[in-house]
Write a protein that binds this ligand. Structure first.
Ligand code: 9YT
Length: 135
């Protein structure tokens, strides 16, 4: 069994801070699972364009209000606590946070730890082909 407490992650290796969001990565590739689990805070008033070409991401809103728009032509889905979306088609999208939002995110394959978005909005492909655990 793995037990991890969000309260212990602040300021450590498992917390990634960007201007638009802060991701607390509860489970990573090094934990040996087929997914990673993140508790992500999105700053109020931000707009972030993303494109997870190398991952499937599921996002569950537990705090705040905003919207996600599928690019280039929509649709736009309102987000509030209780709403989940899954980018099972690797959709390019933009996330707009009306208020500070808190999202629980699951990535398959698992993130290795320090990922931030590249210029195309993607995280790099992480699946190690050398049998290592990705860290
Ligand atoms: C909702 C979303 O995709 N935010 C960007 C950060 C990402 N969820 C992460 O790495 O935790």
């Amino acid at each position: 069994m793995i037990v991890r407490d969000l309260a212990t992650l602040a300021g450590g290796e498992r917390e990634v801070v960007t201007p638009n969001w802060t991701s607390r990565r509860l489970l990573l590739a090094a934990d040996g699972l087929r997914f990673s689990l993140h508790d992500t805070v999105i700053e109020a008033g931000t707009q972030t364009t993303m494109w997870y070409r190398n991952h499937v991401e599921a996002v569950y809103c537990i705090e705040g209000e905003g919207e996600v728009e599928v690019l280039p032509d929509g649709p736009v889905h309102p987000l509030r606590p209780g709403v989940a979306y899954v980018l099972d088609g690797h959709e390019r999208h933009v996330l707009r946070a009306k208020t500070r939002m808190r999202m629980v995110c699951v990535f398959d394959p698992p993130c290795t730890g320090r990922e931030v978005h590249g210029p195309d909005g993607a995280y790099p492909a992480t699946a190690p082909e050398d049998g290592s655990r990705g860290e």
